[in-house]
Write a protein that binds this ligand. Structure first.
Ligand code: ADP
Length: 449
């Protein structure tokens, strides 16, 4: 079989650049790595077929430098670009530029990236397609007077959220009418600074929801399937730390019903490639919050649960292949859990870049480590602090937890502090083991409650 692409440029770094490189290599597709001057010794560069330096350490000059990345693709003869997650992965202009230069963007259409990147537009589109939403304003809230009126209607507490938000930024809770003005002002200021867009909307702040998200793949020609849900409720400052598939409190019927609603909506939209619909789940009800039009950090738990290579599927779909299978062919086996391990102090979360003097990753049955670390590697201070993902898979949730405990105990990253000890504490907690947690559990747990 001829390779689907001649050569793929991977516009990312760290573990996700390696992840994509591995899928390409198994498909017989050569890859080009790009890197900043801070990353010359990075594993994704060392293992690449070819590499191109695209600029100085700050991400805006290198990994976000669309012109440098496109030039690298053109001079190396790449015919497709995989953006990974973060950086340019949800940048519709970049997707447009890639296609305008005759290359394939391995992801959804720029129009869908643009639509879902605006959370107000995304909610409107999903509501139209019959997907239930978190109660809130009907679109942008342009004045504090409107915010007051809407908040009074839906009832406090409320959340002021940035239309362009991401990574937990541009989101502020107002407990009551007195706190609304401050939440409104801070959310807008943060949104303007981080995203250059201060449009905000108001949502009911649910008091104890779980974050449950659905992985989908689509071919843009009617083929749409889901790979079940991930529970990502273990969060700090609205950022995920540990994810599991499936959700410990969801039944197979609930999964199927959620899947039907979501896939029907995406079929109508003509969506293609990978995507994730995020929901809050409380009192037996799902409510849509946003859609991510890319591969997610936590995709491996789904891969383990369903035995699918999501990156391979993304590449196939981007090359124009049909999905080639239906929902009935997707099975869910056992249980998978992922820990995001960061180069941070496990108590204060202060970043801890520096030299890794010794490194030992756990192994054995049902254990997967996605990481670009090695002994002698210096973690640079310029980028996201996640340095490894530990993923376990086992027949039952209880066995997965036992496997996770023993794998965390084997994992050694010497020379820098990491959040490994925090994950050990979480996994040993009876209230985590019971599966009865919500999005506020972790912060309460860390506060010693
Ligand atoms: P971002 O794009 O910044 O990640 P999301 O809309 O995905 O923002 O929300 C991130 C997290 O914030 C959710 O997983 C959830 O924990 C919390 N959150 C978002 N909306 C609400 C809400 N209406 N009520 C309670 N918590 C929420």
């Amino acid at each position: 079989m001829a390779a689907l692409f001649h050569k793929v440029l991977i516009a990312n770094r760290g573990e996700i650049a390696l992840r994509v490189q591995r899928a390409c290599r198994e498909m017989g597709i050569p890859t080009v790595a790009v890197h900043s001057t801070a990353d010359g010794e990075a594993m994704h560069v060392r293992l690449a077929d070819e590499s191109v330096c695209i600029g100085p350490p700050p991400a805006r000059d290198s990994y976000l430098n669309a012109a440098a990345i496109l030039s690298a693709a053109i001079i190396t003869g790449a015919d497709a670009i995989h953006p990974g997650y973060g950086f340019l992965s949800e940048n519709a202009e970049f997707a447009d530029m890639v296609e305008a230069h005759g290359l394939t963007f391995i992801g959804p259409t720029a129009a869908h990236i643009r639509m879902m990147g605006d959370k107000i537009a995304a909610k409107a589109a999903m509501a139209e397609l019959g997907v239930p939403l978190v109660p809130g304003s009907d679109g942008e809230v342009a004045s504090i007077e409107d915010a007051r009126r809407i908040a009074a209607q839906i009832g406090y507490p409320v959340l002021v959220k940035a239309a362009a938000g991401g990574g937990g930024r541009g989101m502020k809770v107002a407990q009551d009418a007195d706190g609304l003005e401050e939440a409104w002002r801070v959310a807008r200021t943060e949104a303007r600074a981080a995203f250059g867009n201060d449009a905000v909307y108001v949502e009911k702040y649910l008091d104890r929801p779980r974050h449950v998200e659905l992985q989908v793949l689509a071919d843009g020609a009617g083929g749409v399937v889901h790979f079940g849900e991930r529970d990502c409720s273990l969060q700090r400052r609205h950022q995920k730390l540990l994810e599991e598939a499936g959700c410990p409190v969801l039944s197979a019927e609930q999964r199927a019903r959620l899947g039907e609603t979501a896939t029907a909506a995406l079929r109508q939209l003509g969506y293609r490639n990978a995507g994730t619909l995020e929901f809050l789940y409380q009192d037996g009800q799902f409510a849509f919050i946003e859609m991510n039009t890319r591969l997610q950090v936590e995709h491996p738990v789904t891969e383990m649960l369903c035995g699918v290579d999501l990156v391979r599927e993304q590449i196939r779909l981007a090359a124009g292949e049909p999905l080639g299978y239906g929902q009935a062919e997707i099975g869910f086996t056992g249980h998978a859990i992922e820990c995001r391990i960061t180069a941070e102090d496990p108590e204060t979360f202060a970043p801890t870049p520096g030299m890794v003097t010794a490194y030992h990753a756990p192994g054995g049955l049902g254990v997967r480590v996605d990481s670009a670390l090695y002994a002698g590697y210096r973690v640079p201070p310029y980028y996201d602090s996640m340095v490894a993902k530990l993923i376990v898979h086992a027949p039952t949730r209880a066995q997965a937890i036992a496997r996770l405990e023993r794998s965390l105990a084997e994992f050694a990253v010497v020379g820098i502090k990491t959040t490994l000890p925090l994950h050990q504490r979480i996994v040993a907690a009876p209230s985590f083991q019971s599966g009865e947690y919500d999005i506020h559990w972790l912060e309460r747990f860390m506060a010693g409650e």
